[in-house]
Design a protein around this ligand. Structure first.
Ligand code: ADP
Length: 319
């Protein structure tokens, strides 16, 4: 293999730049040329492809977002779109592709692999919802952003003796809510992977209030429904003054944490090694702090799960 490509796709996450840098530097270290594909699969179809040099990825390791930009592309879900993408790759003499993104992006990489074009997936998403890896790139940074917000809200919650509902990202995965709720000392955490009983939530709030708690923090993953509506229901049921904060897109941005930069560097470099070993159709990950790779098809067949023991612990610690 003499020339590979790299793209970022789907929702961006902090640390994607560090992953792109690792791919480029690792490839050049092995005398392989690297081409950057801009704007995900959309740029792949339209041929927005440029050679990257060592200096192209200088000064990006600490930046959020992605220097290659990202996009969502409906056309790439069609076989015609995928064939156009492969034509572009062949036109530029690219023989293997690193796809940095979430599960949707992995589906695109899977299709390219099925058409005979070797791809390796690198998990870049704040949601931590990709099977086959303990952590995805960007999750730790997003968590720290949420913790910062919870700590600030806690200050004002205490001053005013209010209940605060904080809605965090996670349409299908409760990892951000669970980890940030545990780290932020939330009284209640609601995630899509676990049933919640409104009466139990209300009883816990009332119990806390009766024993003199000055405030309560409830973390709600967006997948369980609107935080605003949930806050209204809580206020009606408890008669406690309740406010809602929807954190939204701030969770996607910011300078990546050291953890995410190291993770991105390790995973990006490993993806290049796999292509050089002639292994396409793989997804890299980290499990028990060791680099692993799995068949990308198998990854997509698995359901993401949250750590139920952590969920139980969060309940035990917030009695
Ligand atoms: P993420 O990668 O963050 O999960 P999306 O789900 O939006 O984000 O997927 C990103 C892009 O991956 C889509 O816009 C599309 O171009 C491509 N993609 C998603 N699903 C498929 C699929 N089934 N087949 C081919 N390409 C897909």
């Amino acid at each position: 293999m003499k020339r590979i490509g790299v793209l970022t796709s789907g929702g961006d996450s902090p640390g994607m730049n560090a992953a792109v840098r690792a791919v480029v530097r690792k490839a050049i270290y092995h005398n392989i040329e690297v081409y950057g594909i801009y704007q995900g699969y959309s740029g792949l179809i339209s041929g927005q492809i440029k050679k990257l040099e060592l200096g192209s990825v200088g000064d990006i390791i600490h930046r959020g977002g992605t220097m290659l930009y990202t996009a969502r592309c409906e056309e790439f879900k069609t076989e015609a779109g995928q064939k156009k993408g492969i034509e572009q790759l062949r036109k530029f003499g690219i023989e293997g592709l690193v796809v940095i993104g979430g599960d949707g992006s992995y589906r695109g990489a899977k299709k390219l692999t099925e058409h005979g074009f070797p791809c390796v997936g690198v998990p870049g998403t704040i949601d931590n919802d990709i099977p086959g890896t303990d952590f995805t790139i960007g999750f730790d940074t997003a968590l720290n952003t949420v913790i910062d917000a919870i700590d600030k809200i806690r200050d004002t919650a205490t001053s005013h003796e209010r209940t605060y509902v904080i809605e965090v990202m996670g349409r299908h995965a409760g990892d951000i809510a669970l980890w940030s709720g545990l780290a932020g000392g939330a009284e209640t955490i609601l995630i899509p992977e676990a049933e919640h009983d409104m009466e139990d939530v209300v009883a816990r709030l009332k119990r806390g209030h009766e024993r003199g708690k000055k405030h309560s923090i409830i973390i709600v993953a967006e997948g369980i429904g609107s935080g605003v509506e949930f806050g209204q229901k809580i206020q009606e049921a408890t008669n406690l003054e309740t406010r809602v904060s929807v954190l939204g897109y701030i969770q996607r941005g910011g300078s990546p944490t050291a953890f995410d930069r190291v993770l991105a560097s390790r995973l990006g470099a490993r993806a290049v090694e796999l292509l050089l070993e002639g292994k396409g159709g793989r997804a890299v990950g980290i499990q028990n702090n060791a680099l692993v790779d799995h068949d990308i098809l198998e990854i997509l067949d698995q359901a993401h799960t949250v750590d139920q023991t952590m969920y139980t612990l969060s309940k035990e610690l917030s009695i």
